[in-house]
Design a protein around this ligand. Structure first.
Ligand SMILES: Nc1ncnc2c1ncn2[C@@H]1O[C@H](COP(=O)(O)OP(=O)(O)OP(=O)(O)O)[C@@H](O)[C@H]1O
Length: 694
């Protein structure tokens, strides 16, 4: 029998479900209320009777309170999910008849599951449940899904999509196609807000395959700008947490994110999907943790700004040399050699005890699998424990200590900076290592030094991490990947776009990344969901290597506005700001090439344009409204409307500038305007006539 066939029946079903949900919400409110009082009463009892209770009773009462708090938290979590469902209980439906059966089951799919406590019936299936995968993977007709008992084949007889807001159905679409284009179009044409949106209702088939991939130890996602890499990676986290409940928690998953603004921008996705936030960490925070007490260093953004402002060939050479594929190999060879040549054993005679240098060398060689410092400790401890004095007795504690110290001193130097400097001398390239200031490293030296430190000192502290997401993969060098691999031996999802590098001198191509992770599975996402076709076509002319395929969605053509001089250009920018303020668009990004340019522009417009924010590397929040920032910081973000100022020939001329211009343009969802005075950048000479000088 077909349930809820007509729209009227669907509306009645929705109304019925809404009253069930509201009733469940009312019940859970009452439960939370009574739990709250019970906890307060239990705490009051414990406090008032503290002198009469013996320790065992006190402990039992405390455990009881903890249990109640735990139950309370679970109830609050359930309430949060119910509240979400009351707003929009489901977005999809698949009716499925399994092979060999006649029963047709209707599965309504929502962001969370819902069943009543006293019933077996699932009114709503979680989008991550096995049966829900068919909604994303199949059209009407033959279909299958993977259940705990194995693959279940059958036929989808009906597939529908719904838009329900505040419990009211706005539309219902019969879809024979995989996620209907009409629904996707509606979603994509909406204006943005200050946080990333969840995409559960319109996940595409190729995205679903990534989200539900459970087998890859390393999964590399190369995706063009706006292809949903970050969204998909976060939905993947939610899926893995759902599938591995009990063995995987949000504390076991880390994301290496490019900056705090980006972390803030993506921070609500997991809570929206009913999961807790995961640990977010910048790659520099990891380096700072590893190099604590060793030295300070220039940040990646400072390096990018330095490169954007000047074209210093010696700086570029230093960066390129350290970012090459052979850098890890060079370091490995050097370390293997230094492990042996820095250790010069000699005969030891202390307090009448003698240890021959051959014996010392043997103990040192036996511990070869350990980092150098631990290797020395181990060899020294083994020798001190095994050696006997003249009477055949174990060494006294004092003698053993002296023996250990003498053995450890046989290693030339454990000072990381000394060893690192020696590396360049050994390579015959001492000029490639220069401090920025006293004890302040250039960014390109940070990860080679961390790599060296791991080999010398070892590392601890990341054992609880079971899955790492690495976003903006193109900005990391082979040495950075080598460090990440040694720190995190767990599964990894690595995502990025090799056309969006903010520093082409130290970026990694997909081929290079694959060399570092030869066993990794790689997927490519070519469809871009963020921008209109007009914006994508425009961006493609800036970077012709990009294989980006736009979704069929139209908007105004990007414009290039020219002024006679800078003040003319600033006046044009202010005019665009005024028209943005009158429009329905909610976010406007004014994206400059560098942070210095962004700051200068901000100073020029802040007094006459209200509500303009400057986003810099000290910011930790993404604001709705008008934001002035740099391409580097805007990476990963999106805006309804974008202005790219100063696109003159002087400002945008190198390969790095081209990459930064491409990033800036692909942040725009609906509207894009570029401004310049003087001569236009050569990267824009080829743009279509229709977009120029409007
Ligand atoms: N299946 C989808 N349904 C609806 N919207 C989608 C879908 N996939 C992606 N989007 C939207 O496309 C935009 C880009 O997504 P996201 O930021 O995850 O892409 P990205 O590949 O990480 O982009 P970039 O590399 O350019 O920063 C977002 O607004 C996202 O909501």
């Amino acid at each position: 029998m077909i349930v809820n066939q007509t729209e009227r029946e669907e509306r009645e079903y929705l109304a019925n479900l809404m009253s069930r949900l509201r009733e469940a919400l009312r019940k859970i409110d009452t439960t939370i209320d009574s739990m709250h009082h019970e906890i307060i009463d239990a705490k009051t009892y414990l406090w008032e009777n503290r002198s009469e209770l013996d320790p065992a009773e006190t402990a039992a009462n405390k455990v009881d309170i903890m249990l109640r708090i735990d139950q309370g938290e679970k109830a609050v979590d359930k309430r949060r999910k119910l509240q979400k469902l009351v707003e929009s209980p489901y977005f999809g439906r698949v009716d499925f008849v399994a092979d060999g059966q006649s029963r047709r089951d209707s599965h309504y799919i929502g962001v969370h599951a819902f069943s009543e406590d006293d019933s077996q019936k699932n009114f709503i299936y979680d989008w991550r449940s096995p049966v829900a995968s068919m909604f994303y993977d199949f059209e009407v007709g033959k279909a299958s899904y993977s259940s705990p008992a194995g693959r279940v084949g059958g036929e989808i007889c009906l597939k529908r999509q719904y838009k329900i807001k505040d419990g009211v159905m706005h539309y219902m679409i019969e879809s024979s196609m995989n996620i209907n284009d009409e629904v996707l179009q509606k979603e994509l044409s909406q204006t943005s807000n200050e946080k990333m949106k969840n995409i559960v209702a319109t996940i595409q088939k190729e995205q679903n395959a990534i989200i539900r991939n459970e087998h890859s130890h390393e999964l590399i996602i190369q995706g063009v700008a706006g292809s949903g890499k970050t969204s998909v990676a976060l939905h993947r986290v939610a899926f893995l947490l759902y599938r591995n409940k009990g063995t995987l928690t949000s504390q076991n998953i880390w994301i290496i994110s490019p900056n705090k603004v980006f972390s803030d921008y993506i921070s609500n996705i997991l809570p929206e999907l009913g999961e807790e936030k995961i640990m977010e960490m910048g790659i520099e925070e990891i380096a700072a943790r590893e190099l604590e007490g060793v030295c300070k260093f220039q940040t990646f953004s400072q390096q990018v700004s330095e490169l954007a402002a000047s074209h210093d060939p010696s700086l570029i050479e230093r960066i390129q040399w350290k970012s090459g594929n052979d850098m890890v190999e060079r370091l490995d060879r050097f370390l293997a050699d230094r492990c042996e040549s820095y250790f010069v054993p000699t005969d030891v005679t202390i307090d009448g005890v003698h240890i021959a240098k051959e014996e010392i060398l043997q103990a040192y060689q036996k511990a070869a699998n350990l980092p150098i410092r631990k290797r020395l400790e181990k060899a020294a401890s083994v020798l001190a424990a095994n050696t006997r004095d003249q009477d055949g007795d174990k060494l006294s504690a004092a003698t053993a200590k002296k023996v250990k110290t003498a053995i450890k001193k046989m290693f030339a130097s454990l000072n990381l900076l000394v060893i690192y400097k020696d590396f360049y001398e050994t390579m015959g390239r001492p000029e490639l290592f220069t401090y920025k200031k006293t004890k302040l490293l250039e960014f390109s030296d940070v990860f080679p030094l961390v790599y060296l430190k791991i080999h010398v000192e070892g590392t601890t502290g990341f054992d609880e991490v079971k899955h790492v997401l690495v976003d903006e993969m193109q900005d990391y060098t082979p040495v950075q990947y080598a460090v990440l691999s040694r720190l995190f031996t767990c599964k990894k999802t690595i995502l990025g776009d090799c056309n969006q590098s903010v520093n082409p001198y130290s970026s990694s191509s997909i081929t290079e990344i694959k060399k570092i992770f030869p066993e990794a599975d790689t997927v490519e996402l070519l469809k871009s969901y963020r921008s209109t076709m007009e914006i994508i076509r425009f961006a493609q002319q800036i970077n012709r290597n990009s294989r980006i395929i736009p979704i069929e969605r139209h908007g105004p053509c990007p414009e290039i506005k020219t002024g006679n001089d800078r003040s003319d250009e600033i006046a044009a920018i202010k005019k665009i700001i005024t028209s943005f303020q009158k429009s329905e668009n909610r976010t406007l990004g004014i994206i400059c090439k560098s942070q210095i340019q962004a700051e200068t522009l901000y100073q020029e417009i802040m007094n006459s344009c209200k509500g303009v924010y400057l986003l810099d590397f000290s910011s930790d929040q993404f604001h709705e409204g008008i934001i002035v920032t740099s391409s580097h910081l805007a990476k990963g973000l999106e805006f309804d409307q974008v202005i790219v100022p100063f696109v003159d020939a002087e400002n945008y001329k190198t390969d790095m500038d081209r990459s930064l211009l491409y990033i800036a343009c692909t942040r725009a969802m609906h509207m894009l305007t570029l401004t310049y005075s003087g001569e236009v950048s050569p990267f824009l000479l080829r743009v279509e006539e229709s977009c120029q000088n409007k």
